[in-house]
Design a protein around this ligand. Structure first.
Ligand SMILES: *Cc1c(COP(=O)(O)O)cnc(C)c1O
Length: 487
């Protein structure tokens, strides 16, 4: 399997060479040259496999330059009952015949991002050990990716994580998830500012190419191909759990932000999984719904981005969307380049496919969409709780709300659960007037000792801090500087 860029400017590369990278050098996203295909006989062989076996069968098609035994070992260490609550990893909960929730949020941080990031942590560590290299991961979080990234990378050899977050702006639960980690390779940096300030610092550091090279700065953003590959697995798992035979079709409802989750569903469908519809749900930030309804894609600026009660979907520029357009355009990289040329200037720019030949083809891809709102989300949480005795989080509620609008007689609907309600107690209180239950192990995490440093919204102190920590590589007592400023 070789990987190319959606903009055509990258010589084909192997999986291991794109694993640690972000964007391709030409600004595009990496994609497999062709998708592996599973016909009915091949699907039959996958049906009945355990999650770990299924993960190996699928991921090995994409990561085919990692020796089989090593990849098997990495997958077996990643998808354990210890980390994900059960050997099912992503159990299917049936609300009523034909209506299901695929539980993707039983990993260490109680959000679906763990499924990909836990694997990434092990893949990064493995690859860095082979090349005797190391990586300083720099990220910004408003509360969601941060915990998943830190839990994925904690204790990993050759990796440090520097995670910027806006001081005092995350929920107490999310803050505690990150700041209570005591692993010496995890550095929480609380910035006196808002999330955008954190992101600007990450950009400023990444744009300093000399610094970036010297200190091996990397990211784990949502455009990493390995994350998509890992997410494909649970579409297969959900399909098999919801059907008896491969003659049946299933529709999936997917709460969407960066188009990462649903992109994996799209790839699964291209690989031959009998998916009828992929139902894309947005919150009030409806950039993607607008595209699938009208053909117009208009990314928005931060000033047009709403802060909602499903905050992990507060995204106005869907970073993985380019992968879908690449397929829609029949893998014509020049067309993708031309389209993104129109929107990368920013400031209200858009492209519009309506009326053109690409728009005619869109129905072949099975994606339909809808938008949810605060009121709809709260009503859905309440209704699902009353009707089925099941409590869902606000993001999953958006997926259920839009999914139900497209539900069809005789087609099982699988709604993807992207987080557990405990992370969003305010909305849960509003919907059902009592606190969400806490899974075992999360009682009182707000009271654990916390470890973080506070800095002004400025790239320089962050760079200095990274440089200081990098000098301290691997020696005992090296984190004194850090410990001094934490409580
Ligand atoms: C990240 C996230 C989403 C959005 O997923 P994308 O891959 O960005 O589309 C939805 N819900 C939750 C809880 C998330 O953390």
């Amino acid at each position: 399997m070789r990987y190319v860029s959606t903009r055509g400017g990258m010589p084909p590369k192997k999986f291991s060479s794109i694993l640690l990278g972000g964007l391709a050098a030409d600004g595009g996203l990496t994609m497999p040259e062709a998708y592996p295909e599973f016909d009915s006989a091949a699907l039959q062989q996958l049906r009945g496999l355990s999650y770990r076996e299924l993960a190996f069968e699928i991921i090995s098609r994409f990561a085919d330059d990692i020796p089989t035994a090593d990849l098997r070992n990495i997958i077996e260490r990643t998808y354990t009952a210890g980390s994900f609550g059960s050997d099912e990893i992503t159990p299917l909960k049936t609300l009523e015949p034909g209506l299901h929730i695929l539980a993707l949020s039983n990993g260490p941080t109680l959000a679906f991002k763990d499924i990909a990031l836990q694997l990434l942590g092990n893949l990064f560590e493995y690859t860095l050990a082979k090349t005797e290299d190391h990586l300083n991961i720099l990220g910004a979080t408003s509360g969601d990716t941060g915990p998943s990234a830190e839990y994925a990378m904690r204790g990993k050899a050759g990796i440090r994580v520097f995670m910027l977050s806006p001081q005092g702006k995350m929920s107490r639960f999310q803050t505690a998830q990150m700041f209570s980690l005591q692993d010496p390779n995890i550095f929480n940096i609380a910035i006196r500012g808002v999330f955008d300030d954190c992101q600007d610092i990450v950009k400023a550091v990444s744009n300093d190419s000399a610094f970036k090279q010297k200190y091996h700065i990397g990211t784990i953003n949502s455009i990493n191909w390995a994350r998509i590959a890992a997410q494909i697995v649970y579409y297969f798992k959900g399909y098999f759990a919801a059907t008896r035979s491969n003659a049946e079709q299933v529709s999936f409802a997917v709460p969407s932000g960066n188009f990462g989750n649903i992109c994996a569903g799209h790839v699964a469908r291209m690989m031959g999984l009998p998916v009828r519809r992929l139902i894309l749900a947005t919150n009030e930030n409806d950039v993607l719904d607008e595209f699938f309804r009208t053909g117009r894609y208009r990314p928005r600026g931060t000033d047009e981005t709403h802060h909602t009660s499903s905050p992990s979907m507060d995204i106005s520029k869907a970073s993985n969307f380019e992968r879908f357009i690449f397929d829609l355009a029949g893998r014509d990289a020049n067309r993708v380049k031309e389209l993104w040329g129109k929107i990368e200037r920013g400031g209200g720019d858009f492209f519009d496919l309506s009326g053109g030949s690409l728009w005619e083809k869109i129905k072949d891809f099975g994606i339909v969409s809808g938008t949810s709102s605060h009121a709809a989300r709260i009503a859905t949480i309440r209704r699902i709780h009353e009707q089925y005795g099941v409590l869902v989080d606000p993001h999953t509620a958006d997926g259920l709300k839009v999914g139900m609008e497209y539900r069809e007689e005789g087609v099982p609907l699988v709604c993807l659960e992207t987080a557990l309600p405990v992370k969003f107690s305010e909305s849960i209180m509003e919907a059902i007037s009592h606190e969400p239950p806490r899974p075992a192990g999360y009682q009182g995490i707000e009271n654990l000792p916390q470890r973080y440093v506070v800095m002004n919204a400025d790239a320089d102190p962050v760079k200095t801090f990274i440089a200081e920590q990098a000098r301290n590589t691997g020696e005992a007592g090296t984190f004194e500087e850090y410990e001094k400023v934490v409580r």
